[in-house]
Ligand binder design. Structure first.
Ligand SMILES: Nc1nc2c(ncn2[C@@H]2O[C@H](COP(=O)(O)OP(=O)(O)OP(=O)(O)O)[C@@H](O)[C@H]2O)c(=O)[nH]1
Ligand SMILES: [Mg+2]
Length: 259
């Protein structure tokens, strides 16, 4: 089994999945920070054949560190698909927990020990920008407003007691992944995080939030687009309508598969 078998106390073997698309300026730094902040975890870079050579840089990192791995995917297929592939990779190899983390430094690896500590008593841990004690650094007011309003809408539409349903810094223990029908997930962008929050909430698994310090990316370009926001708005609205109709009829329906 080797050194990787030791894992994180109370949680087990942990894989940090970092999806990348054109993150050549960030990938070295983020992997080094993860390895320093949480030496007992493994890392999987899930790269969508980035034209800027991110995948090759990740290969070089994996070549000198047995805890670093790379999943090469043929082309840009969205954040959600990259994460689902990473989750599958982890489950095939018997990991006890997976962590979602952006490559751009917005999610501080130094917060990871606190998230993993919380995972001892939870199935899902959400690193929240909006929990008491959290900080958001250098975000323009438009992004702050979008995140606040988006989260308020998701919370009201879906009735979830989660302050940061769109946040992408999370721990999923295998108990949570077993309880969620991952094959039904269709979302790509922010909607992916909301969809997994919703499915976890509906499955009744234990979700806890931990305040994080979130920082604006310093290098590389954002992949955020009006399309990604529109997808989240559309899907959250459809889920909310379905949930309400089901509640009115008084009989729970099978989980939504939209579209
Ligand atoms: N594999 C893969 N990774 C992606 C894709 N789209 C985004 N990512 C990665 O997902 C993470 C989050 O994307 P970001 O562009 O930072 O999105 P964001 O955080 O909303 O936007 P900014 O922080 O403003 O850049 C980053 O690590 C991206 O490289 C994709 O289609 N495939
Ligand atoms: Mg980002």
């Amino acid at each position: 089994m080797g050194a990787a078998a030791a894992g994180h106390p109370g949680v087990g073997r942990v894989l940090v999945v970092i999806p990348t698309y054109n993150e050549a300026d960030n990938v070295r730094r983020i992997v080094a920070r993860v390895r320093a902040a949480a030496p007992a975890v493994d890392v999987l870079v899930a790269d969508d054949n980035s034209p800027d050579g991110t995948g090759g840089i990740a290969d070089a990192l994996a070549g000198v560190d047995p805890r670093v791995h790379v999943l090469h995917r043929p082309g840009k297929d969205g954040l959600g698909a990259a994460y689902l592939a990473g989750f599958g990779w982890a489950r095939e190899r018997g990991y006890d927990a997976v962590v979602e983390m952006d490559a751009d430094g917005s999610h501080a690896p130094e917060d990871l020990p606190a998230l993993l500590h919380a995972a001892r008593d939870a199935d899902v841990v959400i690193g929240s920008r909006w929990a008491r004690g959290a900080r958001v650094l250098n975000w323009p007011w438009r992004r702050l407003l979008l995140s606040r309003v988006g989260n308020l809408y998701a919370r009201l539409a879906l009735g979830m007691p989660v302050s940061d349903a769109t946040g992408g810094y999370r721990v999923y223990r295998s108990t949570a992944l077993d309880a969620i029908d991952l094959a039904s997930v269709r979302s790509q962008g922010y909607a992916f995080q909301v969809e997994l929050s919703r499915l976890a909430h509906r499955a009744g698994v234990r979700i806890v939030e931990v305040p994080i310090t979130f920082a604006e990316r310093e290098h590389g370009d954002s992949k955020m687009s009006p399309l990604i926001v529109a997808e989240a708005l559309w899907r959250v609205t459809r889920w909310g309508v379905r949930d309400r109709r089901a509640a009115v009829r008084g009989r729970p329906r099978a989980l939504a598969r939209w579209p």
